[in-house]
Design a binder for this molecule. Structure first.
Ligand code: FDA
Length: 302
């Protein structure tokens, strides 16, 4: 299992394969977990979710960008997504990754790209979530968030439960809307829990902390054990449904997504789209090799 995870993480970061994949179209089953390659297809996917009472956080896929031109293009594309949310009156907001906007190129360049995006979103009252990437990008991402929080309030970020320092971070950002997730990257033992039970324990601790002390909590997981524990906790503490939502990835556990929405919980689906689907898709396989089942089903259900 460990080897499989490492293997898919390696594939997710392979630059040559990432670039080639842009020309392949949505292949090898990625269609089931990526909502199209362009804005029109994505809008149709989000409308279908909205009809079921489910909101969306839209990710115009891309990460680990090393050319300024590419980061500038990504900035323009994300602004086009914001305009599409507004025009189509979608119940949706944005998720983005700082490395897509130039964090590996130049800090100030990235900050200015993000400022442009947040400014347009602010005009329409649309929320922007800063996804959190691997540990090497953690501090610069928080630095950018701190700078933008001086001028805007429509932003929030992610706390990854596998990091030892997550409790410190959640306390610092408790005044904001936060997504809490287990963490998707391969991190060293010096920085992060490796054991599933320890990660789960810390995940639950952070969720409870933010539900009690924070602004709004997005609980990002497909783990029914965690979801059931959250349901019991909010009931016991009488935390109203408006204070939190469950988030899942597009195409995963669709029955559970619907069931939660029907039970009256807020459900928000992470909707990735675009030509840059490869790294995202490989990370999903790394997290759970059984996700390959989705791929196999897709191939036979044509
Ligand atoms: P996990 O993979 O730990 O599985 C636990 C159990 O749940 C499994 O043993 C199984 O029983 C059940 N289960 C899980 N998936 C299932 C499936 N597809 N079908 C049936 N049963 C299933 N990470 C990050 O580092 N930065 C980020 O910004 C984000 N953002 C983000 C947004 C959203 C909306 C989500 C859902 C996740 C993220 N993540 C993330 C990824 C996150 O950190 C984590 O890697 C994955 O969600 C996998 O962990 P889970 O908690 O979903 O279950």
């Amino acid at each position: 299992m460990g080897l499989t995870k490492d293997f898919f993480i390696f594939l997710s970061q392979n630059k040559l394969l990432n670039n080639s994949a842009k020309k392949w179209g949505l292949k090898v089953g990625a269609q089931s977990v990526v909502a199209g390659t362009n804005i029109e297809e994505m809008v149709q996917s989000v409308k279908k979710l909205n009809e079921k009472g489910i909101s969306a956080t839209i990710d115009n896929l891309g990460e680990f960008v090393f050319e300024k031109e590419e980061a500038t293009k990504a900035t323009e594309q994300i602004i086009a997504v914001i305009e599409a949310i507004q025009e189509n009156k979608l119940d949706a907001h944005i998720s983005l990754k700082p490395t897509q906007l130039g964090l590996d190129i130049e800090y100030n360049f990235c900050l200015e790209n993000l400022r442009k995006i947040v400014e347009v979103a602010h005009k329409y009252n649309i929320f922007i979530n800063f996804d959190m990437e691997d540990h090497s990008h953690l501090q610069p991402s928080f630095d950018i968030i701190d700078e933008l929080l001086r001028d805007f309030e429509n932003i929030g970020t992610v706390i990854q439960a596998y990091f030892y320092q997550s409790q410190t971070n959640i306390e610092k950002y408790k005044g904001y809307r936060l997504r809490i997730a287990k963490g998707a990257y391969k991190e060293p033992e010096s920085l992060a829990y490796q054991d599933k039970d320890e990660i789960d324990r810390n995940f639950m601790k952070l969720i409870e902390y933010h539900l009690l002390n924070g602004k709004f909590t997005s609980i990002a997981t497909h783990d029914h054990n965690i979801i059931n524990r959250v349901k019991a906790f909010v009931k016991e503490k009488k935390i109203p449904n408006e204070k939190f939502e469950f988030q899942m990835l597009y195409g995963f556990r669709k029955d559970l997504q619907l069931k939660l929405a029907e039970e009256g919980y807020n459900v928000c689906i992470y909707v990735p789209f675009g030509v840059d689907w490869y790294g995202y898709f490989m990370r999903r396989l790394a997290e759970r090799p059984q996700n390959l089942n989705l791929v196999v089903k897709q191939m036979f259900n044509k």
